[in-house]
Design a protein around this ligand. Sequence first.
Ligand code: HEM
Length: 159
Amino acid sequence: MRASSLVSRQGAIAMLVATVAAANLLIAPAQAGTLYADLGEQRGLTRIVDGLLERALADARIKATLEDTNIDRLKRLLVLQLCGLTGGPCRYTGRTMKAAHADLNLTPRHFNALVEDLQDAMDAEHVSFWTQNHLLALLAPMHRDVVAARAGAKPEAAP
Ligand code: HEM
């Protein structure tokens, strides 16, 4: 009697697990188990990007670089880019990182400041340390194009 109720309980649990797995497959076949999912999908990414820009615009180290920028457009493109980069169902339609940052004269200091603002924005959204590092590892190679966009160009002549 006890044995059979145990079996049926295990059977019920197995069915529940299978049902949840199937539901996940139906709801989000491409995103389950992705960094995109860990970051909270579209809603989570939007909140992180909003938090990042809010911090960057108040950050004395980098706010001047954003002075002439259409912030709503930048937010939209950043969410698109991060969504595509992390395995979400988006395709980035903006410029290349090299083209977008070529005229900004960005230094490693600017880059590090933005990364710190991003970390703070992710902390505020309770993104785990592991997930944060995963995203930062995807962004790190962009340093080359963002900061060194003008590498090889002659330094500005002194006035
Ligand atoms: C991995 C690091 C970075 C990523 C992923 C990134 C991503 C982007 C994206 C997607 C755009 C929009 C491209 C377009 O306009 O078509 C953009 C533009 C821009 N980014 Fe970045 N960016 C990074 C680093 C930085 C840093 C360090 C700064 C300055 C502190 C910065 C400042 C800007 C500005 C001002 C624009 C607008 C340029 C314009 O409107 O002409 N970015 N970035």
